[in-house]
Ligand binder design. Structure first.
Ligand code: CU
Length: 316
């Protein structure tokens, strides 16, 4: 598989932003982009991506291949936006450190703009907050913008449910969680020599007292009741892809700092949380990741290089 060449940068023009959002909306339209995953109940290509993430969630988080599975996932998503929906631009990333340090209220951040972004917070609703997400401020439906109901519907979840369950996109901003998105924390993740340590630092442990940049995007936006805070169903919020593209960019940044040593360095457990290898081995370059019917299975060796046999893109 060969992806179209693309370069990814922060400052998109309004037209570029709109064309990306239009392509995502197209992917969610079952008439324009009919499901091919074969997972019962799914209707659109967008559902396919959310579905395959949900199905694989127990095998692709807190493992060595977490970042590489998501790399392949996003690259395939970008390819599908191009092939199925005629998208001509690049897959954008959301550099949250810039917004986080801007001094502006989250509602003012460009990514949440109702006209050129993804719309903002959900309306405030009372609800369960089992993990004690601080200062949660929404939780209900996103009211405006391109992903407000009924222009957009989240069709799977909550949690691991794959039953067709169309409902509004929810967000539940937490400013304190978003404050984890600092350049200092990014640098801490990058400042290791082995992939295994990079991957561990990036994902860290799933608690809400130890800052990590992965959690910042998920819980700063998704909070307790928002789609993006749902480990299985989080790709129901299109911001998922911009958040994870930033982390893929971090991985490439880390690789590029010493390509001879890092282009093909992998490690970390096959089994979630098995960092001591008490249950299984570490991943190797011959370990395979897949996306069901959405793309062929590939070995990790094939997706280490952004400009190799399978992938063809770069970051600015
Ligand atoms: Cu994920």
């Amino acid at each position: 598989m060969q992806l179209m060449p693309s370069s990814t940068r922060r400052a998109l023009s309004n037209d570029e932003k709109k064309s990306y959002i239009a392509a995502v909306q197209c992917l969610g339209n079952k008439k324009k982009a009919k499901s091919i995953s074969g997972i019962p109940g799914l209707q659109s290509r967008y559902d396919d991506f959310q579905g395959i993430h949900s199905v694989q969630t127990p095998d692709i988080h807190w493992v060595g291949h977490f970042m590489l599975w998501h790399r392949y996932y996003i690259a395939t998503y970008e390819k599908t936006l191009r092939d199925v929906c005629g998208y001509r631009g690049a897959q954008p990333y959301w550099n949250w450190t810039i917004d986080n340090n801007s001094g502006k209220d989250m509602t003012q951040w460009p990514i949440f703009n109702n006209h050129t972004g993804f719309g903002g917070n959900g309306v405030y609703v009372d609800g369960e907050n089992p993990f004690g997400i601080p200062e949660r401020s929404g939780g209900g439906c996103v009211q405006r913008g391109p992903f407000a109901w009924p222009k957009w519907s989240v069709n799977l979840g909550p949690g691991s449910s794959l039953a067709y369950n169309p409902r509004c996109l929810t967000r539940d901003f937490s400013r304190p969680m978003m404050r984890w998105a600092t350049p200092e924390l990014v640098n801490w993740v990058l400042n290791v020599t082995k992939y295994e340590d990079f991957a561990y630092r990036l994902e860290n442990v799933p608690v809400f007292t130890i800052p990590n940049v992965h959690g910042a995007g998920h819980f700063g936006v998704g909070g307790a009741l928002g789609a993006l805070g749902d480990v299985y169903a989080s790709p129901g919020d299109p911001i998922f892809y911009l958040h994870h593209t930033t982390m893929d960019r971090m991985l490439w940044t880390w690789q590029k700092r010493n390509l001879p040593a890092r282009l093909y360095d992998v490690g970390g457990p096959v089994v979630p949380f098995d960092y001591q290898n008490l249950v299984g081995p570490n991943i190797t370059l011959s370990f395979k990741v897949g996306l069901g019917k959405l793309a062929p299975n590939v070995t990790l060796a094939k997706i280490m290089n952004l400009q190799g046999d399978v992938l063809c893109y770069d970051y600015e």
